[in-house]
Write a protein that binds this ligand. Sequence first.
Ligand SMILES: NC(=O)c1ccc[n+]([C@@H]2O[C@H](COP(=O)([O-])OP(=O)(O)OC[C@H]3O[C@@H](n4cnc5c(N)ncnc54)[C@H](OP(=O)(O)O)[C@@H]3O)[C@@H](O)[C@H]2O)c1
Length: 257
Amino acid sequence: MENISGKNAIITGASKGIGKAIAARLAASGVNLVLAARTQSTLDEAVEDLKRNSNVEVIAVSCDVSRLEDLENLVKVSLEKLGRIDILINNAGVSSQYPFEKQPLDDLERLAHTNYLGYVRLTRLVIPHMIENKTGSIINLVSGSVLVEPVPRSFLVYSSLKVGLRAFSKGLFWEMRDHGIKVTAIMPGVTDTDLTGKLDEITAEQKERLISTQSIEDAVMFALKVPQNVCPLELAVINQRTPWAKPVIPFEQKHPK
Ligand SMILES: NC(=O)c1ccc[n+]([C@@H]2O[C@H](COP(=O)([O-])OP(=O)(O)OC[C@H]3O[C@@H](n4cnc5c(N)ncnc54)[C@H](OP(=O)(O)O)[C@@H]3O)[C@@H](O)[C@H]2O)c1
């Protein structure tokens, strides 16, 4: 297994849920971190937690991944403070569930800019630096919804952007492989975070279909620690009780009026 202690990582969406859990796990393995999210208060809390419980460097950068200038600043600050970027975890994302004909037009734009362009642009900004170093790991948090064909009802735009992200991630692996850069797509099933916490109609039986963030952390650690000449291209981590031939996301979500 590769030793990741002493490496530097950027994690987007690191103040909550899956991103925060990955940050704690990487810090425990000795990885220095740049944490990015929009809300300064929760970002600062996450940094304080990590500093209390680990000895690594932890830097907070307030960043909206849908804004190019914020992404440029994130990379600039990361390089200034840590000198190099070994690992990029693209994770910041928002959920949105609508019957398509009711989905607000600005919601389409928000989703595309956060859940797709946010990943692609940040990768584009970090890649030249990794190519120069002839090494690097990029991990993209995609979604288990891409495993459902057709994509889950009322998740059309969210899921189709994730389908595109999966294709981007896989293609990027082939383009980057000769530069020594690894690219892994992780496809979580419905995970117990704030994102799914908004689904307030979850019954006790449905709650058993949630997976914990620990399983996603385990997948990230596997991707980062496999031998140098191996790259897991895709890791789908779904609940054993996910219904067969039904949407991976078996919940309704209330819409804003
Ligand atoms: N939970 C699931 O069931 C599940 C399943 C499959 C895939 N995923 C994917 O996993 C990723 C993380 O999901 P999660 O459940 O951990 O979500 P979460 O608990 O809602 O946390 C989302 C994180 O992303 C940040 N964020 C949101 N929009 C952002 C933006 N525009 N710029 C920067 N940061 C932003 C949030 O902080 P701020 O709001 O302060 O910015 C927060 O730190 C997402 O890409 C999601 O699509 C989740």
